[in-house]
Design a protein around this ligand. Structure first.
Ligand SMILES: [Zn+2]
Length: 403
């Protein structure tokens, strides 16, 4: 007779992970699971992910059934492939506790639905869940809870970490990464999801549409923006706001670069409502826009901050502060908006103030009241929709922006 060696918690975690990655629903997560390490740590009260690695507290896993281990594994992987830390950090910065609730809510509803028939992956109690948010994205749940002022009360309260969940989101750890490291993780995550979906498809497994949808929208938005601006304004060899023309410097004459007969202006309109924009998003967006502006033929930049009305108006370029200063603007000084989002106010303001740009770029979260200004725009518009792939403007062109 042989005595069976006692199964360790490490064995249970490994077996759970193998079962998850062997399952039709979740085999496409194989790439995501390999981004970091899965391990059991002593003296940690719950599960944990920092957007790459997944840890289980030793005592915590001991109390879980095998189906619950699978449930928590899928939950942690979902934080990674749904890019919660990569794309939705603005929620955490605004209200950390509420963002923890919102992230868990969307994941738990999805897992509950995916496992309703066979209970393959089960979520340990207590966990965040409210059926009224079925089918909603993180931003939609956030909008609702934020308005309701429900922070921290969206689900059942657990002890300790404040989210009422069974895991901790290692946001502080993620924030320690440099900008380059965050970008690398973003690229690696996209590639891992893509590879996982590809491998699942090759093995003939049915597609997990929830996961496939998340990578389908991943197109580099700044190249779409660049292409649109070149098409709208033309390639700018002699834009007036740039450096003096070097060809003449040796003659000791600093000649202004050629001024075009037909000066073209661009309008940039930033949605300051509710969840849309914060300082970090604004400065990243404007620095990308500024870089593109240096390559196209634009003379003046009209910068508007708006929500239900125009909150502030600034001009850069000829006769004003140089366009390079665009990135130094802030949300402060009266640009902070309220709750609503009504793009109609932009073309109306343009008409009242005789602003006639060749094209307009509007950055918004796409949660719109009272229409997209149909019939009011006198110029082509590029709608930059921030973190909300479901929004569909009813005029002009859209690009999904992730910052
Ligand atoms: Zn969680």
């Amino acid at each position: 007779m042989f005595a069976l060696a006692e199964i360790t918690q490490e064995d249970r975690l490994y077996r759970g992970l193998c079962q998850v990655l062997d399952d039709d629903r979740y085999c496409c997560l194989a790439g995501t699971a390999q981004l970091g390490e899965f391990k059991i740590v002593d003296d940690f009260p719950t599960a944990y992910t920092d957007g790459r690695n997944v840890y289980f507290g030793r005592e915590f896993i001991t109390k879980l059934t095998d189906a619950e281990i699978r449930g928590v594994i899928v939950h942690e992987l979902a934080h990674i492939f749904r890019r919660h830390m990569l794309s939705l950090m603005w929620m955490w910065e605004k209200d950390a506790q509420l963002s923890n609730v919102v992230w868990d809510m969307v994941i738990n509803i999805q897992i509950t639905e995916e496992n309703a028939h066979d209970k393959f992956a089960v979520l340990p109690e207590p966990h965040i869940y409210d059926a009224k948010y079925k089918g909603m994205t993180e931003v939609q749940v956030w909008e609702d809870m934020y308005k309701e002022g429900q922070g921290g009360q969206g689900g059942k309260e657990g002890e300790g970490e404040g989210s009422g969940g069974f895991d901790e989101h290692g946001v502080e750890k993620f924030r320690e990464l440099t900008e380059q490291e965050q970008k690398d993780l973003d690229d690696e995550t996209t590639e891992a999801i893509r590879q996982g979906l590809l491998a699942a498809e090759k093995s003939g497994k049915p597609k997990n549409q929830n996961i496939a949808d998340l990578v389908a929208v991943k197109i580099p938005w700044d190249s779409i923006l660049q292409e649109w601006m070149v098409t709208t304004f033309g390639v700018g060899e002699d834009a007036t706001f740039r450096k003096p023309n070097k060809r003449y410097l040796h003659m000791d004459i600093i000649r202004p670069t050629a001024i075009q007969d037909n000066l073209k202006d661009v309008l940039i309109a930033i949605d300051t409502s509710g969840s849309c924009c914060n300082e970090k998003v604004l400065s990243k967006f404007l620095s990308i826009v500024r870089n593109i502006l240096e390559t196209v033929s634009v003379n003046k930049v009209h910068l508007l901050f708006w929500d239900t009305e125009i909150r502030r108006y600034e001009v850069y370029g000829q006769g004003h502060a140089p366009v390079s200063e665009l990135v130094n603007t802030t949300m402060q000084q009266g640009a902070e908006g309220g709750g609503g989002t009504t793009p109609n106010c932009i073309p109306l303001y343009m008409e009242q103030h005789n602003i006639k740009p060749e094209g307009a770029i509007v950055l918004t979260d796409g949660y719109i009241w009272g229409g997209w200004g149909d019939g009011l725009w006198d110029c082509p518009v590029l709608w930059g929709i921030l973190n909300n792939p479901n929004a569909v403007p009813t005029n002009n062109k859209k690009v999904d922006v992730t910052i």
